[in-house]
Design a protein. Structure first.
Length: 291
């Protein structure tokens, strides 16, 4: 079995526990690591090394405040251990726990280790980093796996767009009447669809209660590029793991799904907003039907 540097952050975490906790129970110290080995030594020690763009981030355990993240990459090329065009790794919740704060749509050189569950993991103490030509060249010859996505495809800039000034949205009941789907959801996953789909994103929610058109346990909502580019309650969520609960007002998409409008009423969860909509229904396995 290849040597693994993944044990180093665990030691740092235990050291942090020994030195004290903040009142909330979070570790008071940030992750502390020994310097990683040079590229070729890190390549030898890792289970998988590849160049890829982060295309999806999911919470492994949505009910946990410290849930690890599962990050899926579009692989551009690889040096070791990757056999297809998609590759997933897990990482801790945040950098204080030695997790890597991957951002959707950003290109990385990833050094992954085997994990206890038979998958792969990445920590802050590895050589994983934003893509750098010098680092890639230091690794030597690469070999793109079957299904690899050329990096140039993901390097294309999104189309420019203006961000309009939105009028105040209608009140809750009126907004619900206009929407195709209204629900209380916890954001548990975010996908970027890349340039082939105009850089749209798809937000995946755990359904915590619904009022209209969204009865399934999980709900996917498409975010057109201008929705997340121009900000709003879900705008910042596409770049990182600081997710939470929302009251979502979604329109009908052309493919029969749900889509978020740029100037809609979607917002972080608020008890007063939910009360104005009336009693929410629990999700079921049934297909969503407008009410």
């Amino acid at each position: 079995m290849a040597a693994r540097w993944a044990g180093l952050p665990a030691a740092a975490f235990v050291l942090g526990l020994g030195l004290g906790l903040v009142p909330s129970g979070r570790v008071a110290l940030a992750c502390s690591c020994l310097p990683p080995p040079p590229p070729l030594q890190a390549l030898q020690a890792a289970a998988a090394v590849f160049d890829g763009t982060a295309t999806r981030i999911d919470l492994v355990d949505p009910a946990s405040a410290f849930s690890p993240r599962r990050v899926t990459f579009a692989v551009h090329t690889q040096w070791k251990g990757v056999s297809g065009g998609r590759f997933a790794v897990t990482t801790a919740a945040d950098s204080a726990l030695c997790g890597v704060n991957f951002e959707l749509g950003r290109r990385y050189l990833v050094y992954a280790s085997d994990d206890a569950a038979g998958g792969h993991e990445v920590n802050l103490c590895s050589r994983t980093q934003a893509y750098a030509v010098a680092e890639a060249e230091a690794l030597g010859p690469d070999e793109p796996p079957p299904g690899a996505v050329p990096a140039a495809v993901w390097a294309e800039a999104p189309p420019s767009t203006g961000c309009p000034r939105c009028a105040a949205p209608p009140p809750p009941r009126e907004a619900m009447a206009l929407a195709a789907g209204v629900f209380h959801g916890r954001l548990v996953g975010m996908t970027t669809r890349g340039p082939v789909h105009a850089f749209d994103h798809v937000a995946t929610f755990e359904n915590l209660g619904w009022w209209k058109g969204a009865s399934t346990p999980t709900v996917d909502v498409r975010l057109p590029w201008n929705v997340w580019f121009c900000g709003g309650p879900l705008g910042s969520a596409v770049d990182g793991p600081a997710w939470g609960e929302f009251v979502v007002y979604a329109d009908a998409d052309a493919d029969g799904g749900l889509v978020l409008a740029l100037c809609g009423r979607t917002r972080g969860f608020d008890a007063g907003e939910a009360a104005a909509l009336g009693a929410a229904r629990p999700p079921s396995a049934a297909s969503p039907t407008p009410s």
